[in-house]
Design a protein around this ligand. Sequence first.
Ligand SMILES: NC(=O)c1ccc[n+]([C@@H]2O[C@H](COP(=O)([O-])OP(=O)(O)OC[C@H]3O[C@@H](n4cnc5c(N)ncnc54)[C@H](OP(=O)(O)O)[C@@H]3O)[C@@H](O)[C@H]2O)c1
Length: 281
Amino acid sequence: MMSTRIPLNDGKRIPQFGFGTYKMTDDDVAHAVTFALREGYRHIDTAQMYHNEAAVGRAIAASGVPREEIFVTTKLDNPNHEPAVARRTFAESLEKLGTDYVDLFLIHWPLPQQYGGDYLSTWKVLEEFKADGRARSIGVSNFQQHHLERLIQDSETVPAVDQIELHPYFQNVGVAEFCRENRIVVEAWSPLARGAIVKEPLLERIAAVHNCTPAQVALAWHIAKGHVVFPKSVTHSRIVENLGALNVNLTVNEVERINELDRGEAGRTGRNPDTMQRYQG
Ligand SMILES: NC(=O)c1ccc[n+]([C@@H]2O[C@H](COP(=O)([O-])OP(=O)(O)OC[C@H]3O[C@@H](n4cnc5c(N)ncnc54)[C@H](OP(=O)(O)O)[C@@H]3O)[C@@H](O)[C@H]2O)c1
């Protein structure tokens, strides 16, 4: 089944269900992205930081799927925020991906304690990429509400998406709510809490009712809540299993029970964007 395409605030659309490539080596990408495209995935999430854009580009080219049918996202790496460096490395990303445009380009982390706290100048460089058509849409990742407010106030463009950590154990409620209110699509990274969620007893119980798996329940919960997701797996059976979440329809009551798994900050698995200042993720 093909996933729904969600409207973005700039008039474009994004496939709600995609494929993540964090921590994939070139060999992983060669077999996993190729397999995912064959199985019907049409949205690939990569990043300069993952050092696998060239492998992703090769897998797309070899797939035989027309470029315009695949939604490709990449992200500006932490050492590249300075405008001249952002311009150079964005061009390098396109070259590695073997394409003359990406569907979505993101600032990977706001890094408020680096570059004198100036992520606004970086954002204005992304606006150039959108204006010249090399990035069809632009957005951000790991931006907190106050970072988003600054962009909205001091630039021409409301980000199309905010890609944030979000899964049943860390629902990032405040940022997600702010995004909804401001027509910013929420992309949920680590939608399976990096795999930990599949051992959750509540999801096991709901999965038994639907005759599906806990991973599918978690992904169906994201879909019901309107998040864009791109679970990562290098395992063929899981790549197929995850896509099967599109056939799982949870009840309102099941969604609400999963909402209760939220542990707030204690559920976060990754870095806090307000204090993250590493040049390498
Ligand atoms: N913007 C950011 O800062 C940021 C940060 C993190 C991630 N991301 C993006 O979000 C994507 C997804 O996040 P993620 O890779 O961190 O975590 P994830 O998708 O929540 O989980 C991936 C892990 O779960 C396992 N897994 C996948 N499907 C499974 C299933 N059906 N049953 C059991 N285990 C399963 C995978 O194992 P195998 O691969 O061994 O099968 C892998 O270890 C990334 O790949 C990346 O594109 C963005």
